[in-house]
Write a protein that binds this ligand. Structure first.
Ligand SMILES: Nc1ncnc2c1ncn2[C@@H]1O[C@H](COP(=O)(O)OP(=O)(O)OP(=O)(O)O)[C@@H](O)[C@H]1O
Length: 268
C-alpha cells in the first residue's frame, strides 16, 4: 500500500539555528493512527507543522498523499493545534453558526451536524462568551467537518472534558477505519487513549528513536508506562551525552538580577 505520509532524511533548524529535527525518515500507511511520544522540546510540533506544509523543507523530503507537501500542498490535510485559540479573531463577538459558515460549514452539513452532536456544540453560542474548552470544541467542528485524509493533531484535546474527548476519539477511529484516513497525534495525555493508536513513534531530541512501532492495547504495559519509561530513558541519555544547565546551579555567584530585585524588594 502506498504510504499517506513519507518523510525522508528530514532535518530542520529554526531561525535562531536551534536544531529541531535531525535526519528523520519514516512512512505511515493509510488507516494508521500514530501517536508521537516525546518530552517537551523533542520536535513533535515542528514535525506536525512541516507535515502541514507550513515550513520550508528540501524538495521531496516530506511527501503526503503522493505530493510534496511544501511545493504542492495536497487537498485533504488538516492541522489542528492549540495556537488557534490565541487568535483574537476567534475570540470576537461572532455567533458560532456564522463562524462555521464563514469557513464553509454549509458545504459539509451532514458531517458538521454529526460533529456538533459529538462535540456538544450550541450553534447559538457567541465566540467571546464561551469557555476555553467550548472554544476548542468549536475549533474541532471547524477543522474536522471537511473530510480529511491526513489529520495532524497537536495536543488539541487537552481542554476537552473526558466525555467529549472520549466521543471524539471514537469518531476519529471510525474515520480512519471507514475512510482509510491517517492520523499523526502529538500528546502528553494518555488517559483513555489506550485503544486509540495503531502505532507509537518515540521522538528524542529531534529524531525518531526507531521506526513507529505497532501498538496493541492488550500488551503487557499500559501506554502511560511505556511513555514514562521512554521519557526516563531520554532524560538519562541526555544527561550522559549532552549534560545541560537545567535545574539549580551550585556554587554560582549572585546574579545582577538578584542584586537588583533585592534592592527594590519592598515586600519585606
Ligand atoms: N519558534 C521557535 N524558534 C526557535 N526554536 C524553537 C521554536 N519553536 C520550537 N523551538 C525549539 O525546537 C525544538 C523542538 O520544539 P517543538 O515545539 O517541536 O517540540 P515539542 O516536542 O512539540 O515540544 P512540546 O511537547 O513542549 O510541545 C525545541 O528545542 C524548541 O526549543
Amino acid at each position: 500500500m502506498k504510504p499517506s505520509i513519507q518523510v525522508q532524511n528530514l532535518s530542520f533548524k529554526h531561525q535562531n539555528d536551534t536544531i529541531a529535527l535531525q535526519n528523520i525518515s519514516f512512512a505511515v500507511t493509510p488507516g494508521s493512527r500514530v501517536l508521537l511520544i516525546g518530552s517537551n522540546g523533542a520536535g513533535k510540533s515542528t514535525l506536525l507543522q512541516i507535515c502541514a506544509g507550513k515550513r520550508l523543507v528540501p524538495p521531496g523530503s516530506v511527501v503526503l498523499l503522493s505530493s510534496d507537501v511544501f511545493q504542492h500542498t495536497p487537498e485533504g490535510i488538516t492541522h489542528l493545534s492549540t495556537e488557534w485559540a490565541m487568535n483574537p479573531v476567534v475570540r470576537g463577538d461572532i455567533l458560532v453558526s456564522t463562524f462555521l459558515d464563514s469557513v464553509g460549514g454549509y458545504r459539509h452539513k451532514e458531517r458538521r451536524d454529526i460533529l456538533l452532536s459529538i462535540l456538544d456544540v450550541d450553534l447559538d453560542w457567541r465566540m467571546h462568551q464561551i469557555s476555553d474548552g467550548e472554544r476548542r470544541r468549536v475549533q474541532l467542528v471547524m477543522g474536522l467537518m471537511a473530510p480529511w485524509d491526513v489529520l495532524l493533531l497537536d495536543e488539541v484535546t487537552v481542554d476537552l472534558d473526558v466525555l467529549v474527548r472520549h466521543e471524539l476519539l471514537l469518531f476519529l477511529c471510525k474515520e480512519t477505519e471507514e475512510r482509510q484516513a491517517t492520523i499523526l497525534y502529538a500528546t502528553h495525555i494518555f488517559d483513555g487513549l489506550e485503544g486509540f493508536p495503531t502505532h507509537l513513534a518515540h521522538m528524542r531530541a529531534g529524531a525518531f528513536v526507531e521506526d513507529p512501532i505497532p501498538w496493541s492495547p492488550t500488551g503487557p504495559s499500559s501506554l502511560y508506562t511505556v511513555a514514562l519509561n521512554w521519557l526516563r530513558e531520554d532524560r538519562k541519555f541526555r544527561d550522559e551525552t549532552a549534560p545541560s544547565n537545567r535545574g539549580p546551579r551550585k556554587g554560582e555567584e549572585t546574579r545582577d538580577s538578584e542584586t537588583f530585585y533585592k534592592k527594590y524588594d519592598y515586600a519585606h
